[in-house]
Design a protein around this ligand. Structure first.
Ligand SMILES: NC(=O)c1ccc[n+]([C@@H]2O[C@H](COP(=O)([O-])OP(=O)(O)OC[C@H]3O[C@@H](n4cnc5c(N)ncnc54)[C@H](OP(=O)(O)O)[C@@H]3O)[C@@H](O)[C@H]2O)c1
Length: 287
């Protein structure tokens, strides 16, 4: 069976949609914390079982008969939790079940030296995969285009994208990444270990996004560079948790260091078409 975790989330849900075009529904199992959320998939013939990264027993049951598993990275870090413990649990269950190949959603910043906290977690998880003895693929996803919209939601509304100095980012859509993940999970192409970077085809900083957003909305949207201290004061004032503040600060530092800037043709090659451009994302989200 092909197991997809995180299927109640945006990426995992899109992977299941794409996988349903590649393999029959009875070969797909989803592993989610709340199976009731996915009653629609169950009615389409997909096996829906409860699987929580904090509960190895639930994963053993949810992954029963698993041949290939997609482990969607945990988002626990943003709420102060420990994603590494959760990934360790999931990798141990994959070993117990003799999974043929374990796929993991990593990111372009995966490095023990990354200024971006999730980049360090991805590197640590890739190291666990390498030591696991399993066949594994780390899908080095480009930075989600949706994150650019989310991080600047207030700025797009007010007309000013305020933040510290940043750098170019090869923004990539969930839809394109999910399609590639499904193709690889289904075995249409194999990458062993970390994939090349799976990115969109242009790198844009927040000044570029402000200009593009002005064009698609017809409003004037500008970019304002503020100090890290002011950003952190604003974040504290808005009541953002410390873990989120650290991720925000890490984002700007890593972007400035060009950790997210590389544009790589692999995603386009595997998809067999151009990735969706950021302009389309902004037009969809901001109009
Ligand atoms: N490439 C990037 O730039 C980028 C940016 C942001 C995040 N990410 C990573 O990519 C992942 C997927 O992104 P997304 O947009 O699909 O996020 P999302 O919509 O928030 O989905 C996260 C999924 O993880 C599941 N999950 C959380 N804790 C879990 C646990 N203890 N056990 C089992 N499942 C658990 C959630 O299940 P519930 O429905 O039960 O909550 C949900 O299905 C994120 O979790 C994050 O690690 C990558």
């Amino acid at each position: 069976m092909f197991i997809v975790t995180g299927a109640s989330g945006k990426l995992g849900g899109l992977v299941v949609d794409a996988l349903l075009h590649l393999v029959s529904a009875d070969l797909i199992g989803v592993s989610v914390r709340d199976p009731e959320k996915l009653a629609g998939l169950a009615s389409r013939g997909v096996r829906v079982r409860r699987g929580d990264y904090d509960d190895a027993k639930s994963l053993r049951h949810a992954w029963e008969g698993a041949r290939r598993v997609l482990l969607v990275s945990s988002n626990a870090g943003a709420s102060g939790g420990d994603p590494l413990k959760q990934h360790e649990t999931a990798i141990a269950v994959a070993r117990e079940l003799n999974v043929e190949r374990l796929f993991y959603t990593s990111q372009v910043s995966s490095s023990a030296q990354s200024a971006f906290p999730p980049g360090r977690d991805h590197a640590a998880t890739e190291a666990m995969l390498a030591a696991s003895g399993l066949a594994w693929t780390a899908l080095r996803h480009g930075f989600y285009a949706d994150s650019a919209v989310g991080m600047n939601a207030r700025g797009f509304r007010s007309g000013t994208l305020a933040g510290p100095e940043d750098g170019k980012v090869a923004w990539t859509t969930h839809e394109d990444l999910a399609e590639v993940d499904a193709l690889l999970l289904a075995g249409r192409q194999t990458f062993d270990g970390a994939t090349p970077l799976l990115t969109g085809s242009e790198a844009l900083d927040f000044t570029d996004l402000a200009r593009m957003a002005s064009q698609v909305t017809g409003r004037t949207i500008t970019r304002q560079v503020i100090s890290e201290d002011i950003m952190m004061e604003n974040a504290q004032g808005a009541g953002l948790p410390t873990s989120v503040q650290e991720i925000m600060l890490g984002y700007y530092r890593a972007a400035l260091a060009e950790e997210f800037a590389t544009v790589d043709p692999t995603l386009e090659r595997v998809l067999g078409r151009k990735p969706r451009p950021m302009r389309d994302v902004l037009a969809r989200e901001l109009r």
